[in-house]
Each structure stands twice: as structure tokens, then as C-alpha cells.
Write a protein that binds this ligand. Structure first.
Ligand SMILES: [Zn+2]
Length: 218
């Protein structure tokens, strides 16, 4: 080795240095790469301020959340209808016609899969049917799913939203049921309920709990 020409010695040292540097870079890269961030899902929620919610003037019952529950609005929804306008109208109806504190549900999903904040989850929802909504975190998919079929965007938004809800409010995903499991109603509609019956929604939600990052849409 002592007879090794100097340039070969330098070349060997340089190669070693490059190898070591490369290994360190790779090692740092491995540590920096978080598997959670790599596989994270996102849930973007339009805040009440953005869709023009009016401030609540009274309060409903406070409750402890134990279940995630699925509804549809039950009315055919024109694809050209402005969701923010629909939500403001629903809010006014809920307050003026029904005397409720707010929209009866906590989260709303429109036909394009956009998610909106509705009633503050601190307060129990309201219903025109016979079950007690206290303890339920209510998500309503806007439209009539006896007629319409949920879009892939709506299903994806619903799964991410409910996985986030389970993490955020410490609710067991296996509590997922539809309104019709509690009361005499078609809600959330045959075509949406099919995804509860075949366990598609709960299976996907369980896979994503803890992996969903909430983003506020301004
Ligand atoms: Zn319902």
C-alpha cells in the first residue's frame, strides 16, 4: 500500500469522504422523513365566517360527544346552487321557523366535496325526528341520496372529515351509523346508506384516524 501512487491514495480518500458524506446525508434524510406526513390526508373546512354565518343569539344543550352520525339534507340540490347561500338560508329557516340555535348539523358537505362548519360541536344538534341527538357529532351531506349518488369527492371528504372528527373529539369510529339507525327516516338516503351497510366508510375511516391534517379554508 505504501507504494500506491499518491493520486490513487487521494482518489481513495476522496471516494471514502464522498461515501461517508453521502451516508450522512442519507441518514439525515431518513430521520427527517416522517411516515405520518408522507401518508397524511387533508381535511379543508370552510369556516363559518367565510360562508357568512350569522352569530347565534341563543344556546342549545351542551353535550359530551360519543358517536359520529351521518345525515343527508333530503332535498335535491341543484348543482349550480351556491352552497354558501344555501347554508345562510338553512340557518335562517332553522332559527326563525324552528327556533333552533343554528343549522341542526355540525358539519356540511356539498356535492363538490367541500366541507363547511355549521353548528358549534359543543352544542347538541336538533332534529325533526324522534331520536335524541345529544352525544352525536352530526355530519350532513347536502342533497337527496334517495335519488342522487354520492360523488367520489364527497365520499373522500366524508372519510377524511370523520377520521379527523374521531381524532379531534376522541370518538370511536365504530360508532358510525346513519340517522335511519336511530329514527324512522330514510336519512341519509339509500345510495349513501349503502356505504354504511357494506362497511366501506368505517373501514376507510379507521385506516385514516391520526393521519388527517385539518386546514382552514379562508
Ligand atoms: Zn338525518
Amino acid at each position: 500500500m505504501t507504494n500506491l501512487p499518491k493520486f490513487l491514495l487521494y482518489a481513495a480518500k476522496a471516494a471514502g469522504a464522498i461515501f461517508i458524506t453521502g451516508s450522512i446525508v442519507m441518514l439525515i434524510g431518513t430521520f427527517k422523513k416522517s411516515p405520518v406526513l408522507d401518508s397524511a390526508y387533508r381535511v379543508e373546512i370552510v369556516s363559518k365566517d367565510v360562508w357568512g354565518s350569522a352569530r347565534a343569539t341563543n344556546e342549545s344543550r351542551k353535550h359530551e360527544l360519543s358517536y359520529i352520525t351521518l345525515h343527508h339534507s333530503g332535498e335535491d340540490f341543484d348543482k349550480d346552487r351556491d352552497t354558501a347561500d344555501y347554508l345562510r338560508t338553512l340557518q335562517t329557516w332553522s332559527r326563525e321557523e324552528r327556533g333552533w340555535m343554528d343549522i341542526p348539523y355540525h358539519f356540511m358537505i356539498d356535492p363538490g366535496g367541500t366541507i363547511y362548519e355549521a353548528r358549534d360541536p359543543v352544542f347538541a344538534g336538533d332534529t325533526n325526528t324522534t331520536y335524541d341527538p345529544a352525544g352525536h357529532l352530526l355530519t350532513c351531506v347536502i342533497g337527496n341520496y334517495e335519488n342522487a349518488k354520492p360523488s367520489p369527492e364527497q365520499l373522500e371528504a366524508l372519510i377524511n372529515l370523520m377520521a379527523w372528527q374521531c381524532e379531534e373529539y376522541d370518538i370511536d369510529p365504530s360508532t358510525l351509523k346513519g340517522h335511519r339507525d336511530y329514527a324512522g327516516t330514510a336519512c341519509p338516503g339509500e345510495n349513501l346508506y349503502a356505504y354504511l351497510e357494506n362497511d366501506y366508510l368505517v373501514t376507510e375511516i379507521i385506516k385514516r384516524v391520526g393521519l388527517v391534517e385539518r386546514i382552514e379554508r379562508k
